[in-house]
Design a protein around this ligand. Structure first.
Ligand code: OOG
Ligand code: NI
Length: 461
């Protein structure tokens, strides 16, 4: 797309934006800065203690991205806001991936993640933003629903200059260095926290009573970034170290249990801050913003994901307290014994995705004919290696747990489970990528490249 070389690459704009967002959030929520420092310490320690992990990340070229890797989350109120966000993120090479229905978990939103999708873009900076759209139709009180819609219709969450630069980028195919700087500064405004609400205290309380999330989305000028998450290589160590640094950590880690071969995503957070806000007529408190850390593992195939979902459901169905049940961790570990925990088995059983490449021995020994052989014997001979493909997305059950633990209230709402991907995509103005298809394609690209290499390497021999 960036055919004009005077344009700043989308990857570069994303890196600058992610950096600016991180700097802003450090100022807004100092505990986030503490968490980033803690994660950096633990990552250094883990890499020193685990040479195999170090080698694996080095081979995958992931060491550099680790220090800057972040995801954030925002919640918007209207289709128009979501559609414009899609255009804003497109300037930075971020596309909507995946559909998450959180109504099943009592949260009146559905969501996608904006993130880079190509191998190179992910390596350069994998910044992602989990973006939720409020589902006003789930508010049962018709008058309140209308009031929320009216309030949302009156606000504009983008600066005029940001809108101008988005259009300019779309028309011209990129942004110059000066315009890219303007864009980062202007786009950042949309995500800034405002301690002044746009409504009176009574309206806030009415919306809050319908669901705490409704008040968070409707009562403010924009979709403040509600957390920013660094990636740790040892989430249990980080979780254990949080209290000593003054953070009120969530009790359990969401996602799969601790394993030798991490799969998908494990997450934990510190609880949201109570912040003073000014309503149009009074003062009050709001809880919205928190800190989170994540550990990422290998992406699972459809078969692997089905097994993950089945085991997680089995554990959660044992008690309706979800991950808050007292013996949850033991039950989780027990159930996940049914999930193979070495890469050889995960690979051979088609449970996880890998990038395949020729080893040094393979380079010397393999012949052109090997390009036509299946992968398993080449792996067995050590001519080909399989490196895990990192999971770049989110998990709906975990996300619901993160939402719940940070709304500041104990109440649980029930909604009819109703995934509405088509309605979401209509609001977004685009289809979301199927995340598993993206991993499948990444794996296939590596296989195609390997075979091409075998043919030519062998031809040269
Ligand atoms: C988003 C919660 C989901 C995650 O990491 O799963 C999320 C939110 O609270 O808005 O960020
Ligand atoms: Ni998150």
């Amino acid at each position: 797309m960036n055919s004009n070389s005077s344009f700043v690459a989308a990857d570069e704009i994303r890196a600058r934006f992610s950096h600016a967002m991180s700097a802003m959030y450090r100022q807004e929520v100092p505990q986030y800065g503490t968490l980033v420092d803690l994660v950096a310490d633990i990552n250094t320690r883990t890499l020193n203690a685990e040479p195999a992990l170090h080698a694996q990340l080095a081979r995958a070229d992931e060491l550099d991205r680790l220090d800057v890797e972040r995801h954030g989350a925002i919640r918007v109120g209207t289709a128009a806001e979501l559609a414009t966000l899609r255009r804003l993120f497109a300037v930075m090479g971020m596309e909507p991936v995946g559909y998450y229905d959180l109504s099943v978990a009592g949260v009146p939103v559905h969501s996608t993640a904006f993130r880079p999708v190509s191998d190179a873009a992910l390596l350069s900076n994998p910044f992602r933003v989990f973006t939720s759209l409020l589902r006003l139709e789930l508010i049962t009180d018709a008058a309140l629903r209308q009031k929320a819609a009216d309030i949302l219709a009156r606000r504009n969450i983008f600066t005029p200059r940001a809108l101008e630069l988005i259009s300019q980028c779309e028309a011209e195919g990129g942004l110059s260095a000066a315009h890219a700087d303007d864009f980062v500064r202007e786009a950042l405004e949309t995500f800034r926290w405002h301690n002044t609400a746009t409504v009176d205290a009574q309206t806030y309380r009415a919306l809050q009573a319908s669901h705490r999330l409704v008040a968070d989305v409707v009562c403010f000028r924009g979709p403040h970034i509600n957390h920013l998450t660094p990636r740790t290589l040892d989430i249990d160590a980080a979780q254990a170290a949080m209290p000593a640094r003054g953070m009120d950590a969530k009790d359990v880690v969401e996602g799969p249990p601790r394993r030798d071969c991490p799969i998908l995503l494990r997450q934990t957070s510190f609880k949201a801050l109570q912040e003073t806000v000014r309503f149009t007529d009074d003062e009050g408190a709001h809880t919205a913003r928190f800190g989170e850390i994540e550990q990422r593992g290998v992406a699972l195939t459809r078969k692997g994901r089905a097994l993950y979902d089945a085991l997680l459901t089995e554990v959660r169905d044992m008690s309706n307290a979800g991950s808050a049940a007292p013996d949850y961790t033991q039950r989780l570990e027990q159930a996940f014994r049914a999930f193979p925990d070495d890469h050889g088995a995960l690979q051979a059983q088609g449970l996880a995705f890998y990038r395949y490449s020729l080893t040094a021995i393979g380079h010397v020994q393999a012949r052109a004919a090997d390009a036509e052989v299946s992968l398993q014997p080449l792996l067995a001979k050590g001519w080909v290696q399989a490196d895990p493909i990192t999971y770049e997305d989110f998990l709906p059950v975990s996300a619901a747990g993160i939402f719940q633990s940070n709304l500041g209230g104990e109440e649980q709402k029930q909604y009819q489970a109703n995934a509405a991907q088509q309605a979401f995509e209509a609001a977004l103005g685009a289809q979301v990528h199927d995340e598993i298809a993206l991993y499948e394609a990444a794996q296939q690209r590596s296989i195609d490249q390997l075979r091409a290499q075998l043919r030519s390497a062998a031809a040269a021999a």
